[in-house]
Ligand binder design. Sequence first.
Ligand SMILES: Cc1ncc(C[n+]2csc(CCOP(=O)(O)OP(=O)(O)O)c2C)c(N)n1
Ligand SMILES: CC(=O)[C@@H](O)[C@H](O)COP(=O)(O)O
Ligand SMILES: [Mg+2]
Length: 587
Amino acid sequence: MKHLEKITFPADLRQLKTADLPQLAKEIRAFIIDIVAAKEGHLGASLGVVELTIALHYVYNTPIDKLIWDVGHQAYVHKILTGRKNLFETNRQMGGISGFPNRSESEYDDFGTGHSSTSISAILGMALASKIKGNNERQHIAVIGDASIASGMAFEGLNHAGVTDTNVLIILNDNAIGIDPSVGALKKYLTNVKKGTAKEENIFECLNFAYSGPIDGHDIPVLIAELERLKTVKGPKLLHIITTKGKGLLQAETDQVTYHAPGKFDKLTGDLIPKPTREGPPKYQDVFGYSIVELALNNKNIIGITPAMPTGSSLKYMMEQIPERAFDVGIAEQHAVTMAAGMAIEGLVPFCNIYSTFLQRAYDQVIHDVALQKLPVIFCLDRAGLVGQDGATHHGVYDIAYLRCIPNMIIFAPMNEVELRNIMFTAQLGLEGPIAIRYPRGRGVSLNWQQPFQKITIGTAVELQKGTKIAVLSLGHIGNSVSELLKDFDSSKKIGHYNIRFVKPLDEKMLEMILKEYEHIITIEDGSKIGGMGSAVLEFANRLGSNKKIKIFGIDDTFIEHGTVEELQAMCHIDVLSLKNYINELY
Ligand SMILES: Cc1ncc(C[n+]2csc(CCOP(=O)(O)OP(=O)(O)O)c2C)c(N)n1
Ligand SMILES: CC(=O)[C@@H](O)[C@H](O)COP(=O)(O)O
Ligand SMILES: [Mg+2]
């Protein structure tokens, strides 16, 4: 690490000779591989931009010049070169640095990212601000991937930037893959550009950008020369670079999907380190993936839709088996929702699988295109609740609050795999409006999950244990921890446990009984307290004129950073211990 050890900030990097930079690139790759192999995180994207990041900080006067990393999962090199080399081993851990650029972490992180396709709008905002303030010297750069630039929001930014005379440089980092292979007509176009077979007019030139490339994004001298040239070109510019995701680690280059975020691996061989084998329950994702195939084989109207997450959501099983009815639409959550609306109008049964956090981007489409028109779109909200190391940008903790206020919307959270399957079965039988089914990242609880489908009556909760004094009302998977905890309490049957499962419509009959019969009511959920299930229960109790004390366990009015799910649950006091302590006070 003869060069890297001398670098703390970009000013140190700028002391190196250009000829030393390829060696520095090697050292940075080894450094990232060494740490990510043990600590986990996003790998392939950062390995692909080592040379680009070095060149950018070498040529530009960061942090005076502004630099935004779209999505931000590829910013590890940037972090290492901007004062966080010694903190890098804390990446994504509780109390450690974030896996994404974060303005509160460094003056070099010009914009917080995590959700894709925001970089062009953000950098344009900064470039326009420079103009308005009369600063004509500052440079403004956004780096965006080939999958992220295909999103609607990126196009909105390009469309505007093209008619400004701002000093913006968009670097299109084209590695021909997102998490899964990139899709769509733009991907085909970019492939043609690289092969030299594209139609004569260049799409970016047509949008009024000075286009250059494609150039080799791993050739540092070429990159530096082009960036130096572009510094002198006025107006909006787009530089198209070609890189290899996972560059420098054979397995990561070969199996780019797995090595996007591979978990632990052997830093020398690159081989994945298998998780300790434990015959365990399946992941909710796989239950979704297998069940939609099972249902779709019987119901020819079923469609599967994912915006760019076929592997993460397990919709890939349907894409493999029934490709004509399963669509990866790219990073296009808004389009996914409205396309599902169109299909529902035609009598199809669309299952639109979107991570809870990413559905935030399609909020208006959920209201205006789906709910207002009472269309039976089935939203499967994956990664609901606290997701762990991805942190504040990715926790799926707002969905209940933002969906509950929408008329016509049914909201369901399965407590286990069987409930997930049964609600999917129920939903495809036909509903009069949309339903959102929210479930967490990771494993469920049932080994015997592949049971025959059974219809669930909409708006019914389940009494899991009858009690006399304290009622615990849980929503979704967290209810399993409650069940476990209640085994610790004596058999006097003071505590009742209810699986609420439908946040909307609530099981009012059951709630009325609970409010009447119990002295204390506790609600627990892995979502925001404001507007969540507990709130719904409080509102109902108020309508009923009940004066029972209702204690809400949920996530406070603050953003939750990164850590393991267990650490974060404890921090948010929605863990077993916090609940136990509270029950002990009442007992
Ligand atoms: C709005 C949104 N949808 C989905 C994702 C999940 N996601 C993270 S990275 C990624 C692929 C990005 O691909 P690309 O822009 O080509 O960058 P690369 O990983 O190839 O560097 C996706 C779909 C996200 N972060 N934000
Ligand atoms: C950067 C990004 O948004 C994705 O890579 C995300 O981290 C995937 O999350 P899962 O690992 O839960 O699929
Ligand atoms: Mg890409």
